[in-house]
Design a protein around this ligand. Structure first.
Ligand SMILES: *Cc1c(COP(=O)(O)O)cnc(C)c1O
Length: 218
């Protein structure tokens, strides 16, 4: 199957409110163009340098919406807000405050998601539910960021039932915070090639698909 055929097959099964984001890390510019020609306008990268180099080669396509999904180091925060429309992987109060300050200095208001981990794991990036509540008032005060929702990456080794339950927990966490604060966490960035149907079932609004679009399978 071609990229166009795979994209068609996936899109046909998606509810219209779900935004399909093509994850193009390690994907060539010509494959990105093929996805663009099939109608995709949302693309995601996880490494800044790789992304910027591809963006330069694609600057004849002005209507691409770029999403950053990798762990963001403090010293790359400025570049991230200049080169991306969305940052999904905002994973600590330190990076929130830095982005907020840099956004003010550049008169930008980037759209961001807070990356959460429902299963606590010190080796994984992301906020636990408890940390989100601890910093809620600081988050509410970040007037230069448009904090749009939550993002999650599931830990490996969950059963389908556990995957669905975890996605649903992310959704209910977003709803709880929206009720209890001035944040409006309407966006749920969750679901990758292996688990996106369950994420959609649980209420994902943005799915991030790489392999299933770009990798040939036998
Ligand atoms: C690579 C990546 C994806 C896409 O994963 P696939 O399994 O290739 O669909 C989605 N989200 C993040 C954060 C990633 O790093």
């Amino acid at each position: 199957m071609t990229i166009a055929q795979r994209l068609n097959q996936i899109s046909q099964q998606l509810p219209s409110h779900v935004r399909l984001i093509a994850v193009t890390k390690q994907v060539s510019v010509s494959q990105i163009r093929a996805a663009y020609e099939s109608g995709i306008r949302n693309f995601a990268e996880s490494r800044l340098q790789e992304a910027i180099s591809k963006q330069e080669q694609l600057n004849d396509l002005p209507d691409i919406c770029w999403h950053f999904i990798g762990h963001l180091q403090a010293n790359k925060a400025q570049k991230a807000i200049l080169h991306f429309d969305w940052i999904h992987s905002v994973d600590s109060i330190k990076i929130v405050q830095r982005l907020n300050r840099l956004a003010a200095e550049s008169s930008l208001s980037p759209k961001v998601c807070l990356q959460v981990k429902i299963v606590s794991d010190p080796n994984k990036y992301g906020w636990t539910e408890e940390e989100l509540y601890t910093y809620l008032s600081e988050l509410e005060n970040c007037k230069n960021l448009r904090i749009k929702g939550l993002m999650t990456i599931l830990p490996l080794g969950l059963s389908k039932k556990e995957m669905l339950a975890t996605f649903k927990k992310v959704k209910s966490l977003a709803e709880k915070i929206t009720k209890q604060s001035n944040l409006e966490l309407k966006q749920l960035s969750m679901g990758m090639s292996e688990d996106y149907p369950l994420a959609v079932q649980a209420g994902a609004t943005m799915i991030r698909l790489g392999k299933i679009i770009f990798r040939e399978r036998d």
